[in-house]
Write a protein that binds this ligand. Structure first.
Ligand code: SAM
Ligand code: SF4
Length: 329
């Protein structure tokens, strides 16, 4: 086994697999109201193809952690069976899922039984009207039920991802924190990134990590937890207790230097960065009969070419062609 090491010595062990580019919400920071041109079905990896590529990652390349994402991964037909098959891989990877939570109340027990270890649920607001404005769908109650179901199914700690937007939900930071700590969920705030399909990101509207910490710090004593490692979130202990909160300053506090992530899109393209402008066509290799070792070599070459950082602050920065929903967040 040869690990996935890039030119800067970063070792990649965390694979994010997008299972679909479709979604049942329309978050304003991600998608336009009318949705997008979804990938045609023949272009999507089948379950067997997903399994084969992940197996190559686990058996030949040192991948130890798999996160299923999308689009909305709960929309993928046969998801529970796919999780069960991934859980049979050896060495057994850690299996997690990032979801908007719609439909999780029904699926959580089966997913946990199939071997899913953890979930991250995206929740940006506790106000129904704000939820509708932000996601263009009236599904807040489903998401809250999904969170409780994941917790009850033992996929703990349940993590909650929140993107704050100025004038929309940035007054809810403390309410969201209280909601999460009361239930034993771990909240992480994520800075809004230029990855929306509409290219409407505006740095001035982004609520920065510093601002988030100032809002939380107005009511709580936050003590940094040492040992961030390759984790993007800076963790803080709340009021000296056991509960923590994370802040992911993707834009203002980039963690590219410790990045250990690699992404596989739903149509089988390998991306060495969220902001990569090139992809490596693993689906093409797989469908034209390449062996596992040949695919592993192609994968290593893609990682070797990884850039030092996302370059959002570079004058020549270009947003990637694919939006977040088609990359796999
Ligand atoms: N649909 C699932 C969900 O919403 O959790 C999984 C895919 S979604 C693209 C993954 C994560 O990306 C979500 O937590 C979402 O809030 C986040 N996200 C989407 N667009 C973003 C953006 N422009 N900046 C920061 N985070 C974003
Ligand atoms: Fe869908 Fe997730 Fe994008 Fe929201 S952030 S539109 S839930 S893919």
């Amino acid at each position: 086994m040869t690990a996935l090491v890039d030119g800067f010595g970063r070792v990649h062990t965390d694979l994010r697999v997008s299972l679909t580019d479709k979604c049942n919400l329309r978050c304003t920071y991600c998608m336009p109201a009318e949705g997008l041109d979804w990938l045609p079905s023949p272009e999507l990896l089948s379950d067997d193809e997903v399994l084969r590529l992940v197996a190559i990652g686990v058996e030949h390349l040192g991948i130890t952690s798999i996160r299923l994402t999308g689009g909305e991964p709960l929309l993928r037909r046969g998801l529970v069976d796919l999780v069960a098959r991934l859980a049979q891989l050896s060495p057994r990877p850690a299996l997690s899922l990032t979801t908007n939570g719609v439909g999780l109340a029904r699926l959580a027990p089966a997913l946990a039984a199939a071997g899913l270890n953890r979930v991250n649920v995206s929740l940006d607001t506790l106000r129904r009207t704000t939820f509708v404005e932000l996601t263009r769908r009236d599904r807040l109650d489903d998401v809250l039920a999904g969170l409780d179901a994941a917790h009850a199914a033992g996929m703990t700690p349940v993590k909650v991802n929140t993107v704050l937007m100025r004038g929309l939900n940035d007054d809810e930071a403390l309410d969201l924190l209280r909601y999460c700590t009361d239930r034993g969920f771990v909240l992480r705030f994520i800075e809004q990134m230029p990855l929306d399909a509409q290219h409407g990101w505006d740095r001035n509207l982004m609520v920065t990590a510093d601002e988030i910490l100032a809002r939380l710090g107005a009511r709580h004593v936050l003590t940094p937890v040492s040992g961030r490692g390759s984790a993007p979130a800076e963790e803080f202990r709340i009021d000296g207790g056991q509960a923590t909160v994370g802040v992911i300053g993707s834009v203002t506090r980039p963690f590219c230097g410790a990045c250990d992530r690699v992404r596989l899109t739903a149509d089988g393209q390998l991306r060495n960065c969220l902001f990569a402008r090139e992809e490596s066509d693993l689906r093409g290799a797989l469908r034209s009969g390449a062996t596992d070792l040949e695919i592993a070599d192609r994968w290593r070459a893609a990682i070797a070419a990884k850039r030092a950082g996302h370059g959002i602050d570079d004058p020549g920065f270009l947003q990637p062609d694919r939006p977040m929903s088609a990359i796999g967040g």
